[in-house]
Design a protein around this ligand. Sequence first.
Ligand code: 4AD
Ligand code: MG
Length: 479
Amino acid sequence: MFNKRVKIKELLSWDAVNQEVIVMGWVRTFRNNQFVALNDGSTNTNLQVVIALDQYDDEFLKRITTSSSLKVQGVIIPSLGKGQKLELKANHIEILGDSDAEKYPLQPKKHSLEFLREKAHLRFRTNTFGSVFRVRHSLAYAVHKFFNDKGFVYMHTPIVTASDAEGAGEMFKVTTLPFENTPRNEDGSINFKEDFFGRATNLTVSGQLEGELGATAFGEIYTFGPTFRAENSNTARHLAEFWMIEPEMAFSDLEDNMNLAEEFIKYIIRHVIENNREDLEFLAQRLAEEEKQKPQQERSEMGLIEKLEFVLSNDFERLTYTEAIQILKDSSHNKKKKFQYLVEEWGVDLQSEHERYLVEKHFKKPVILTNYPKQIKAFYMRQNEDGKTVAAMDILAPGIGEIVGGSQREERLDKLEERMKEMNIPAEELWWYLDTRRFGTVPHAGFGLGFERMVQFVTGMTNIRDVIAFPRTPKNADF
Ligand code: 4AD
Ligand code: MG
């Protein structure tokens, strides 16, 4: 029976001296034919397994190599060596799986993150990725706990849809039609009636529209699932497949929305600070070393944990898009033409350099921008009295830029239909969405948090490809 094993993290948390235990894991290093550093993924702390001299013959000892897997039965004793308090005196070792040291791709030395991305199937076995993915798990758990405790209903919205929720046209098509002799209509266009679903379908870019259907029945819902964007952005913050959390609340306006988003972000950060201390300390150390490679003026003023604690203890700065544009226009950065895109007139979309200037240079804390021009936002956002802006909000985080996008929704049927017409969004395809406005419409609001960007923020990883197990980006879908 395998279940008798004790996890190393658990073992190190109790006073295990003199206890007989069984542990299982993968060898990180093996020194002097005597000391095995064993890791089982529960923590970055390896358990030192001590093999007595002459306990095993050379033939057996040779098989204990980096990444071979072992079952060890033994007794926990206080360690004499430095670096650990306890060690395991082995009584019996079983090699579960050999690992050819010559062929194993991750030699026990420091590897670059780029190299490890090519070995993504094995990178979980490194300390960095061990920590990143335990923190990712913890954040996901905290997401569910936060909403569950508030009485939100977790809704699973479809992955395959026929609508473009964001109206941005960045969708992956889903089809079973053949590439050759594709069925066509008389005018030459593809005949989707012959397709699997009898219509054109795509991978969802957001669960929001279906989420609104749930919110206008349950009151408050959230989604947490994969979303897909076929945007050709090869940056450190874009993925073609990413996970998004989208709460949607009936009887809610823009201010309620901002309050919830801020409380939510702080809650999940606090959860990690309280439950993943060891991993955070490791990641903070890693980041500090990475920062040392940078020129002085590019280094961040705070360490990772300090930054997270700072976010918890300060209110996010709230201002309107119009105020932000003024700040950017007046900035010395703009005047000295240090922005690649100079900020000249009201109405332009903010580039990530502008967002980062506001957050990192001007306010030095997370910022919530509200009331954007309607031209640069989606059709479903509630139109403000001024006729120019919508009740949108974006949350910008230091080092990341946009982490949340959301809005109060347009609950007035006539206004919504009018806006859809202006934006050429076919109302007949969204009849079901419009029905919520026909039958008992209510003021409501919601937002989307990009989960990987959040994991980046909390772990301090610079590239989004390093916080999702198997990243999908332009020209890359390995594993
Ligand atoms: O701002 P977005 O496009 O908003 C929506 O999809 C709304 N339907 C959300 C809502 O109101 N329910 O995306 C929301 C967030 C962004 O702020 C960003 O954090 C993340 O999703 N995001 C991405 N993350 C990684 N890779 C990409 N390509 C992303 N695109 C958006
Ligand atoms: Mg957005």
